[in-house]
Design a protein around this ligand. Structure first.
Ligand SMILES: Cc1cc2nc3c(=O)[nH]c(=O)nc-3n(C[C@H](O)[C@H](O)[C@H](O)COP(=O)(O)O)c2cc1C
Ligand code: SF4
Ligand code: SF4
Length: 279
């Protein structure tokens, strides 16, 4: 029996959305029933979760950017809000900025298994580093490229053919724990700790109170009062810093300093392959 597919993601900088769209288009092409949700549309989340009434005949594709080696809080929160499933399938996917993809896939896989899903497949996809997006040549420039997208198309084609032949295979969680034991252990030790935020100040001389940052924050973490104030739902995507037309949102660490640290990490880890599907 064909499952009902759900595609869920958050994507402050657009790469995870691009991959979610590749999944969506390929599922549509193969005639599957599919519904999608961008978690930035937070008002739609409760009704969307209500759609998980059939707890068996479902395949959830869920995408997160990798931030600080982890899946981002809005995605993990969404998984935790789902009802307990019976024999449903899930496909976690992440986009990462070539520094380190960390344990994001493992973390999502673990939470999905705890909700009663089986893991049908997974993918990590090389992407432009969102922190560098305003620079001339950001790390990961041009990713996800055609080759990255081809791997995603192959993954979905294989999974659809397995569904149709009733020959699904469940992945072990260990498959998604592909970092070195030291790196994996270090990342896991940070689970459940406070999400690290780079503090940000507002330059009130420069801010025109235009409201753009408030409108565009994917988790509604900015309130204009009368200048932007940050609430504790901020997960530090840097979207507001990068899109403020007046450069009025000033992070405590400059993007140049952050980039230098990222480059050190890239040289140290040299993670390969950049894009990989697990099936
Ligand atoms: C706050 C922040 C932290 C990030 N941390 C990492 C990281 O630990 N490793 C990495 O490879 N990329 C990291 N990135 C880059 C993102 O994972 C990458 O750009 C991703 O594709 C962004 O997804 P989006 O375009 O859907 O927003 C980080 C980006 C931001 C904004
Ligand atoms: S986008 Fe910039 S100028 Fe506009 S309200 Fe936000 S901080 Fe102020
Ligand atoms: S307040 Fe800024 S950095 Fe925090 S989540 Fe919103 S857009 Fe991202």
């Amino acid at each position: 029996m064909r499952p009902k597919f759900f595609v869920v993601y958050i994507s402050p900088n657009g790469s995870t959305r691009l991959i979610a769209d590749v999944f969506l288009q390929q599922l549509n092409r193969s005639g599957q029933q599919v519904t999608s949700l961008n978690l930035a549309d937070h008002l739609l989340v409760p009704d969307f979760i209500e759609e998980f009434t059939d707890t068996e005949n479902v395949c959830l594709l869920i995408g997160s950017p990798v931030y600080r080696d982890m899946a981002v809080p809005p995605v993990m929160d969404f998984i935790h809000r789902l009802p307990k499933m019976k024999n449903a399938w899930a496909i976690p996917f992440v986009t990462w900025g070539l520094a380190c993809s960390g344990i994001a896939l493992w973390q999502m896989g673990k939470a999905l298994l705890e909700k009663g899903f089986r893991i049908a497949g997974a993918a990590k996809v090389a992407s432009v580093h969102a922190m560098m997006r305003n620079m001339d040549h950001p790390i990961g420039e041009e990713h996800p490229d055609k080759e990255d997208q081809k791997q995603i198309i192959q993954l979905i084609d294989l999974l659809v053919s397995r569904f149709e032949a009733n020959e699904m295979k469940a992945l072990d969680l260990e498959t998604l724990d592909y970092q070195s034991p030291e790196m994996s252990g270090e990342c896991k030790s940070r689970i459940g700790k406070t999400w690290m935020i780079v503090p940000k100040k507002i330059d009130t001389n420069a801010c025109t109170q235009c409201g753009l940052c408030e409108e565009e924050c994917p988790v509604q973490a900015i309130v204009l009062d009368p200048y932007p104030k940050f609430t504790n739902t901020c997960f530090d995507c840097f979207n507001c810093v990068q899109l403020c037309p007046e450069n009025a949102i000033l992070p405590a660490r400059s993007l140049e300093e952050i980039q230098a640290n990222i480059n050190k990490r890239i040289n140290l880890i040299q993670e390969k392959p950049l894009t990989q599907s697990f099936m």
